[in-house]
Design a protein around this ligand. Sequence first.
Ligand SMILES: CC(C)(COP(=O)(O)OP(=O)(O)OC[C@H]1O[C@@H](n2cnc3c(N)ncnc32)[C@H](O)[C@@H]1OP(=O)(O)O)[C@@H](O)C(=O)NCCC(=O)NCCS
Length: 133
Amino acid sequence: MIKYETDFSYDEAITLIKHPKHFRYFESRNENIFNSHLYHVLVKDELSYVGYGHLDAELNKLWLGMCIFDSHQSKGYGKAVLNHLLNIQTIYSKINLTVDKENIAAVNLYISNGFRIISQTDKIYYCERNYNV
Ligand SMILES: CC(C)(COP(=O)(O)OP(=O)(O)OC[C@H]1O[C@@H](n2cnc3c(N)ncnc32)[C@H](O)[C@@H]1OP(=O)(O)O)[C@@H](O)C(=O)NCCC(=O)NCCS
């Protein structure tokens, strides 16, 4: 069973997340930004932490970030965490994210759950999803 834990510190988050390859969010975000999140969550199964996710309002847009820790990937947690994050808020009508083009698992996850690519650089897709899809 998945549990969602919302009461944790910046230090706890970055210790657990440890900058996996495709999740660079905390390389350039400090504790002040962490504390200003609309929502953040650590995800647990019966035995251990399996992932992290957040919703961050920045520049008038809502941004989603998430990662499933290495040894827990491809077991359905990503889909569960994405759906959890999509059901948290009712203020914004759209939600945005960026994803590395080479991160095939994440691109598949987002596109199959209603996100569409709205722009891109050579390495990154910018994606958006309407809440009423
Ligand atoms: C991308 C990520 C969130 C996916 O989570 P996950 O728990 O591994 O994925 P799930 O088991 O829930 O699978 C959900 C969907 O993702 C896609 N997916 C997952 N693993 C995949 C793989 N190895 N290859 C291709 N697609 C894959 C599929 O669309 C899958 O749906 P399906 O099972 O119906 O085919 C996770 O691998 C991760 O956190 N990776 C590292 C950090 C990261 O990339 N964060 C996102 C930054 S934008």
